[in-house]
Design a protein around this ligand. Sequence first.
Ligand SMILES: [Zn+2]
Length: 450
Amino acid sequence: MNNEIHIYNSLKNQIELFKPIKEGEIGIYVCGPTVYSSSHMGHARSAIVFDVIVRFLRQVGYKVNYVRNFTDIDDKIIDQANKLNSTSTEIANKYKAEYIQDMKNLGCISPDHQPCVSENINEIIELISVIIDKGHAYSANGDVYFDIEKFSDYGKLSNQSTEAMLSNTRIELNPNKKNDLDFALWKNAKPGEPSWESPWGKGRPGWHIECSAMSCKYLGEQFDIHGGGRDLIFPHHENEIAQSECISNKNFANYWIHNGLININKEKMSKSIGNIVNIKDALERWNKNLIRIFFLSHHYRTPVDLSEEKLIEVEKSLKKLSKKITQSKADKSDDFEKAWKKCMSDDFNTAKAFGIFFKYANEGKLSLNNSKNLEEFENVMGISGWRDIISENKNIEINQIEIESIISERNIARERKDWAKADELRSKAEEMGVTLIDHGKNTEWTIKNQ
Ligand SMILES: [Zn+2]
């Protein structure tokens, strides 16, 4: 390998020189979505971050085995199925297909394996049996719980005390548990829920065990990189470590990479605030390359504030840049290649790499004459074709008075928390070629960019 790569390892909270377990090869597991509703821009950011990490590792010569799971058995899926008078399989399949399409539309490469929980029940049951045999879990009334008292390293990833763990998260209280922090490996079947036969009776797996089982199946009991959003550190990743390490007595993943979360117009993106931006809606409004460049111009560990204004700003600079590149007559630019790769080797700093890209393009050092240089950068960032697509907004004739009246009607619906009505009015505006952007209680509108 030409490049020495340094990674910020969340397990140790420090930058470390990356050394793969097997020379030249890397196994990477990233926690994928729970498929109970449309995926949003938080999912998009995480997917783009790991997409670029995998692309870069391959570009410098590693053989990468990239695994990302689907959680297709979960309370949220069951709730959604009950609400819509559907089955959890139908709900999960619908949103799984939608996610795969969203990823394609965002220009993300497919992982080498995309396993689902429902296809790995035997592997999960086997793993739970081993954990029980080793004395790290107990069954109680058809449930099986991991006994955290028996794993002395519990808390090593989130680096917090038991008291903090209890107060920082919503813990499911259950009389079957010995300790409130014990977590379910297997859940006793409830009427109307999907269930499978097991040594502990009919039931279904808990959330965390699936990732221990699927990562082990595709990457072995010890592998190089485990990724996911920051919000998964506790309890999900902490519990994955406990389950896997009590079996193998080895480090589970050697490097943990966690991406920062996103805010929408400076507010946390959440269902209760009603400001979730779906990937599908975002892609109707914005080109995928613009979305990628916007996310990648932030370091993956920092939070990102997503707003219409910021996307417009990036779009404007890209238009200027595209012109500069087309007009420049510069020849080969070796130092550009060295400079951006150095940034990427330093904890995948795409923000700095894009800084270099903007600087070189602005100084006229990047041109279509040295397109090989340019293409290599574009391939790693997954933004090939951005120069053709960044185009002027469409001119559409808009009836301003009608739009304003839709906005005020919608704001009344939002105040009443009538999200269905608010969504319906948003769609009405969309049909008129207009996108509505919420800033707290106020709403602005812009012409949709096709
Ligand atoms: Zn996971």
